[in-house]
Structure formats: structure tokens, C-alpha cells
Design a protein around this ligand. Structure first.
Ligand code: SAM
Length: 223
């Protein structure tokens, strides 16, 4: 029976990859990836040549069957999403569930590494004994309920957000009466920035500096 390695990849800085991840990518028979162009760049940087196959959110169910067949044939399959840890607001979770169900004898191993979630928490300067991760909030249906639940949770809530909606999110959490929000932007990249304060102040900051309303954001809301 084969092995499925779930490999964490960098969230911006290509140096953020573990020695074990590189060894796994070198040793496996095939790399499945959310986007073969993204993984190809990483592999080129480390001079690794491997057959690449796409497995993204739209094809995860169908491609999981292909991976199952490979594991049954004794192959070593690696899976990587575009950035960070697969399965964390990324494809990978349905693949793992299907493999565990269809080939329970196969080894499924984590090759841990970067995630925007843990990177942001590690430099936010909050008490992180307890927190909840909600990923991306729903855009429409269920959004108001999710926001109300955040307010009532009493623990830090970590969210992912796109630049298109960051100002709207700050307005919404401001309207809930949330006292403090921390935003970690462009982690591990040249323009990495961490800002903390009342949502209204952060909104003013981004409105005055529209150049910084771009890139990738982790938002930590402290109800
Ligand atoms: N699997 C990834 C992980 O482990 O962090 C998350 C993938 S999710 C599709 C992408 C979101 O993660 C972005 O929209 C942003 O909210 C957050 N993110 C990813 N890279 C980031 C970075 N370098 N800085 C800040 N946030 C980041």
C-alpha cells in the first residue's frame, strides 16, 4: 500500500519550506497540486523534477479516485495546495477523507509547515491560549449570523479575508462594537505588516493608504 504525504508549502517566501517537505517532494512518485504552475515554480527553485497533476477544489472528488488507485498500486503521492497547509481553507480535506475511507491501509502523513493562521497568531501579541478559526466568512447568506456569533464568542477569532472585502469587514466588526482587531498582511513577504487597533482606526488607516489595501490578509477579531 502506498503513502499520501500532505505537504505544507510557503505562504509567500519560498525559503519557508522544511527539509522534510523537500525530501518528500524529491522522493515521491507524483505531485498532485492545487495549481501545477504554482508548485512548478517551487520545485524549479529547489531543482526538483516530478510528474505534476492538478487536484483543485473543482476536481477534488474525481481526482481523489485517481490518488486512491495510485495508493493501491503502492505509489507515494504528495499533495500541495497553492500556499500553506492543505485543508486549511484549501483543498486537501476531501482527498484525505476519501483516501482514509477507500484505502485505510495506506499511510497518510502530514508534512507540517507554514500556515497564515499560525504565522499571524505567532506575531499578533495576543493571549492565544484559546482562539477559534473561521476561515473566510460567508459572503452573503449566514454572514450576519457568523458576525453575531463572533461578538458573543468571547475568544479571539481568526479570519481570512481578501483585499476586496477587508474594508467591508472592518465596517461590520466596528458596527458590532468590537474593541480591537489585528490585521496581519502579506506575511513573510516584502510588505509584511501587522496593525492593531479599534476597527474604526484601521479603516481610517486603510482609507488614507489605499496602496496597502492589497495582498493577503489575516484578521484577528477580539470580542
Ligand atoms: N492553506 C493556507 C494556509 O495554510 O494558510 C490558506 C489558503 S486560503 C485560500 C488563502 C488566504 O490565506 C488568503 O486569502 C489570506 O487570507 C490568507 N493568507 C495566505 N497567505 C497569506 C500571507 N502571506 N499573509 C497574510 N494572509 C495570508
Amino acid at each position: 500500500m502506498g503513502t499520501l504525504s500532505i505537504v505544507a508549502t510557503p505562504i509567500g517566501n519560498l525559503e519557508d519550506i522544511t527539509l522534510r517537505a523537500l525530501r518528500t517532494l524529491k522522493e515521491c512518485d507524483v505531485v498532485y497540486a492545487e495549481d501545477t504552475r504554482v508548485i512548478a515554480k517551487l520545485l524549479a527553485r529547489y531543482e526538483i523534477k516530478k510528474p505534476l497533476r492538478r487536484l483543485d477544489a473543482a476536481t477534488e472528488t474525481e481526482k481523489a479516485e485517481e490518488v486512491v488507485a495510485r495508493l493501491e498500486a503502492g505509489e507515494h503521492v504528495a499533495y500541495a495546495s497553492d500556499a500553506g497547509t492543505p485543508g486549511i481553507s484549501d483543498p486537501g480535506q476531501r482527498l484525505v477523507a476519501r483516501v482514509r475511507e477507500a484505502v485505510p491501509e495506506a499511510k497518510v502523513e502530514a508534512i507540517p509547515g507554514a500556515s497564515a493562521l499560525t504565522a499571524a497568531l505567532s506575531i499578533a501579541g495576543l493571549a492565544t491560549g484559546e482562539f477559534a478559526f473561521l476561515g473566510f466568512l460567508p459572503h452573503k447568506k449566514g454572514r450576519q449570523t457568523a458576525l453575531r456569533n463572533i461578538k458573543e464568542s468571547g475568544i479571539p477569532i481568526v479570519l481570512y479575508e481578501s483585499p476586496h472585502r477587508i474594508l467591508k469587514l472592518l465596517e461590520e466588526v466596528g458596527a458590532l462594537g468590537i474593541a480591537r482587531v489585528t490585521i496581519a498582511r502579506e506575511l513573510t513577504k516584502v510588505h509584511e505588516e501587522v496593525l492593531s487597533g479599534p476597527p474604526g482606526e484601521l479603516l481610517e488607516h486603510f482609507t488614507a493608504n489605499p496602496d496597502t489595501v492589497r495582498g493577503e490578509f489575516v484578521v484577528i477579531v477580539e470580542p
